[in-house]
Every structure is written in C-alpha cells, then in structure tokens.
Write a protein that binds this ligand. Sequence first.
Ligand SMILES: *Cc1c(COP(=O)(O)O)cnc(C)c1O
Length: 381
Amino acid sequence: MSAPFLPLTRPTIDEDTIAGVADVLRSGWITSGPKVKELETKLSEHCGGRPVRVFNSGTCTMEIALRIAGIGPGHEVITTPLSWVATSNVILEVGARPVFVDIDPITRNLDLERIEAAITPATRAILPVDLAGLPVDRDRLYEIARRRGLRVIEDAAQSFGSTWQGRRIGACGDFVSFSFHPNKNITTIEGGALVLNDEREAKLAEQYRLQGVVRTGPDSMEVEVVGGKFNLTDVAARVGLGQLPHLDAFNARRRDLARAYFELLELPGARALGLQLPPPDFTQTNWHMFQVVLPEDRFSLRRVDLMTKMQAAGIGTGVHYPAIHLFGVYRRLGWKDGDFPFAERVCRNILTLPLFPAMTRDDVARVVKTLTGILQTHLKS
Ligand SMILES: *Cc1c(COP(=O)(O)O)cnc(C)c1O
C-alpha cells in the first residue's frame, strides 16, 4: 500500500472551532458583528495593545494602509520582486508606482542595502515582505525609513507569530499587514488584519473597509472617503478565534519540522546535491514555508519535471514565487529580464516543500528521501 498523498500545506481546525462556527450560523448574526470585535481585541493584545482591524483579505489591508498614508498617483513605493503578486498589485491599485529592488539571495528578502539608491523625491513608502516568515531586519529598515521620512507597510502576511529581537511582528513599527488565507500559519478561511498607529488611522481603516460610511445617528450617516467592501464575517472571525490559541504550538511544530529538514538535508549525500537551504533561524522565524533553491545547470531535469515526479510519488510541492516584474502587466510597464538578477535566479530555481503542523518527522524523511532520490538519478555528469 502506498503512503497517502502529502500536500504542500493543510490547515488544522479543531472540533471546538467547528462547533463554534455552527453556533455563529445559528445565532442570527453571521456577518461582521461581535466575533469580529472579539478577534480584533485578541489580535490587539497579541500586537502589544496597538489598534488592529480585520478585513476579508491580506491584500486589501495593504491597499487600505497605502490609502491611509495618502499614497497615490505620482508616488513611488519600494518593494521586492520576490513575493506573491498582491504585494505590488496594491501599489498599482492605488495609482502609485512600484519600485523594485533586488533581494539578498541568502535571506531571499528585500536587500536593505539597495534601498537608499532607489529613493527619489517621489518615494513615499517601503513595502517589505518577510518571505517564508523570516523577518526583514526591522532595525535597519526603520533606521532608513525614519532618516528618509518614509512610511512603512510591512507585508507580514507570512510572518504572523515571528519575532524581531524578542518582540512579536506587529507589536512595533508602522503599518503591519497579516493574511489569514488557509495556507498561512493561522486562518480565517479568507481574511487579514492591519495593525495601525492610532485611533484616527483605525477609524479611517473602518471607513475604507465599508463604503466610507460613518454612522452619525440612528437615522443618519455620512460618507467622507470612497471605501470598498472589505469586511470580515463573524463566521470567519470565529474560525480565527479558534486558531489563535494554537498559534505558538503550531509554530513550535513547524520549527521542529524545519529542524528535521535541516538534519536530513545536511547529511553528506544530500549536501553533495548543492541545494541552497534557507537561513537556519530557529528563534525569530515562524517557518511559514520551507524552501530550497536548486543549483542551476546541475541536474538534467527541469524544476517542473521534478515537481511532476514528486507529485507522482505522492508529494505536493510549490513555487513561491515567479518574479513579479516579469509578469505581463509589469513587463508592459517597462520591466524586463535581467533587471533583478538575484531575484530572477532564485525565482527560477526555488521549490517549496511540504510543511504544516499536522505533518510528522516521518513525513519530512519521506520528502527528503524522494527529493534526493530523484535528483541523484538526474545529476549531470
Ligand atoms: C498571502 C499573501 C498575501 C495576500 O494575502 P491574501 O489574504 O491572500 O489576500 C500578500 N502577500 C504575501 C507575501 C502573501 O503571502
């Protein structure tokens, strides 16, 4: 009998949460209401008491942060070409221009040393991403932002539960955006949260979240900004409330599985294959993903063929992500091959391996055995 299919990732939802969702459905109040408020309170506690508002994605959170910061046409925002395309789409969405700078090939995050050279009089903000949960250097980031008078929108979609110098991501900084998509470390099915600086920003966030509406009395309302429809439902918020207490245990489990990957991939046979492993950080990162970078030109099979063979062996893998600046929309705005060589090389060769809390160390061993087995039979001579 062959082993069951091992997906790239899978959410863990407990029975209490499932029962709690049924209670919300029976309660007569299923869209934004008391559960949303309760989740915001809990998330605010998680973020050191800062104001937090929840939304129906971790994309609109960033768009709304940009709007609150007054960023729009004529402005530039510095970001990374190695992320989910949402990161730079939101910049275009508000009418501003993304300015990509290359990554550090070791951390795979925005290379902070390259930021200053990309700043122009039109630059208004930096939008960094904590890829796979590995935090961007917050000290260096905010030192530059403060000195150059720039806002920061942290795309922390992948780093919920990560820390920087002992403090949780979200507990300090400027705008911090989280996603609770099912692939993230905790989920609300779809959803996201934005950490803000003060009550004024929180009120604006509420307006942008729902058509710009402000209730002014039982029979009246006002509309001051053009908002959208980005509110989270109580059903989704109840899922989040059931997830949050497990965050630390989920992330501890992810960390242990990541350790297992390192132990096996650093054995001499595997090491000889030349895979580039992520930075072995077991204090700050939440291990949202475990990604290897394949050496270019060493194997006689393409990444897609490797993925197909892994799939046939019952193991899901993924690519996070293709380089953003090489998508059609971005090419039409002027970017081209060769603009960001480090990001392009990593994006061509990166492969995400299964990692989620319900996995076991035996599953990790199976992934490594299958992966190294395939690669060993395709070594170029
Ligand atoms: C998941 C993700 C997003 C978007 O989150 P959604 O909730 O799917 O809108 C943005 N940026 C990064 C880096 C992500 O991983």
